[in-house]
Unconditional design. Structure first.
Length: 388
């Protein structure tokens, strides 16, 4: 019975993805937002139509979807791209991560929140949603200096975010706990980078060799599934592992463009499941649970993205026409932020409900509002360049 329901649910979700795609084209809204809204209607905050076991059954598939996104983002970190945009990628990503932490922490502290709790929330606010941003870029069809730099920023900013979060967690720790969060971050980041190298180097050598000319689709699927499975088994970041493997393939494979094309060809069905499930798990009730704190957190994160993005763009010496667009384009927020919140809530149970409720509430907002902001930024820049 459960197997039948699982297949029926899977079929309906895929068809829902087609509906969301068509509505997105008709309304000019990102299909990511449409999928999240459909998931919201079908999930616990809506009509509660999804069977409970479906959530658990689809978890590995959503991890595969994110690894595919990470693999494609890693493919943007080529020698050519880093030579042209490397300064901007590093400076803007660091500026946004540090700026977000400081501004959110300072703002919440001034509003009366415990500075230690505010610091943890500021660090968690640094995370972005690479899947949403990557899909908006793909849907927009825009490919230029701005999108190349934006993709590079999204590929690396969660690395800085995890490091900042570990540092903030260690600073807040009451008793000799400096070492534990640092070791956890080192295991998560270092283990993921090592895993990505272990998979990426052989994959770069084999790509285009198993079958003369273009690599096989089976080859691409195998690399992604192996990366995801090993990352989950070793309890390291599958995002960083996938990004590392993708970067190595992009820089060392002879036929790397074909490898990325194969992943792009199979990515969308997995992304449909990911965004629908993300929407289904969102709890709208959490939006009103903390009142003004939720509003303040959202406003501070938006302000920090805009201010820090502008500052980083100036320091990164990007063209003036692009500078004010990086902050709005980096608003989407999802999985990594929730993961940070879970770690912080476990370390400080007394603050756990506040941390989780606030982070999830902000995720609801930024997952729905963030992708349209990214799309508007891309289209505004494309329109401005056509008018020049």
């Amino acid at each position: 019975m459960e197997q039948g329901l699982l297949l029926i649910t899977l079929g309906l979700l895929f068809l829902s993805g087609l509906v969301a795609d068509r509505i997105g084209h008709m309304t000019s809204l990102p299909r990511v937002t449409m999928l999240l809204l459909l998931g919201l209607l079908a999930g616990q905050s809506g009509f509660d139509l999804l069977p409970d076991f479906a959530m658990t059954a689809f978890e590995p598939l959503t991890a595969v979807a994110l690894t595919m996104v990470a693999f494609l983002l890693g493919g943007e970190l080529t020698r050519e791209n880093l030579t042209q945009h490397g300064r901007a990628i590093v400076v803007i990503s660091l500026s946004v991560v540090v700026g977000t932490t400081v501004i959110v922490w300072g703002g919440l502290t001034l509003l009366g929140m415990d500075p230690r709790l505010a610091l943890l929330l500021g660090a968690a606010a640094t995370a972005t949603d690479p899947a949403a941003i990557a899909d908006v870029i793909h849907q927009s069809g825009v490919r230029n200096r701005f999108t190349e730099t934006l993709s590079g920023i999204v590929a690396v900013d969660d690395i800085w975010g995890v490091m900042i979060f570990a540092l903030c967690l260690a600073m807040v720790q009451q008793s000799g706990g400096w070492l534990d969060p640092v070791l956890v971050a080192a295991h998560d980041i270092g283990g993921a980078l090592l895993l990505g190298a272990v998979i990426g180097i052989p994959a770069a050598f084999l790509t285009g060799r198993l079958e003369p000319g273009e690599p096989q689709q089976t080859e691409a699927i195998g690399v992604v599934f192996l990366t995801t499975g090993l990352a989950l088994w070793l309890e390291v970041s599958f995002l960083l592992a996938g990004m590392t493997a993708g970067a190595l393939v992009a820089n060392f494979a002879r036929h790397h463009e074909f490898a990325f094309n194969e992943i792009e060809n199979i990515e969308w069905p997995f992304m449909i499941l990911f965004f629908l499930m993300a929407g289904a798990t969102l709890d709208l009730g959490s939006l009103s649970a903390l009142g003004w704190t939720v509003v303040a957190y959202i406003v501070l994160r938006v302000a920090s993205r805009v201010v820090a993005g502008e500052a980083g763009a100036r320091l990164g010496r990007v063209p003036q026409s692009d500078r004010h667009l990086y902050g709005p384009a980096l608003l989407p927020q999802a999985g990594v932020a929730v993961g940070m919140a879970l770690v912080a809530a476990e370390a400080y149970p007394a603050w756990g409900p506040t941390i989780m409720t606030l982070t999830i509430a902000a995720t609801v907002f930024f997952e729905v509002v963030g992708p349209p902001c990214t799309l508007v930024a891309l289209r505004r820049l494309a329109t401005a360049r056509r008018d020049d």
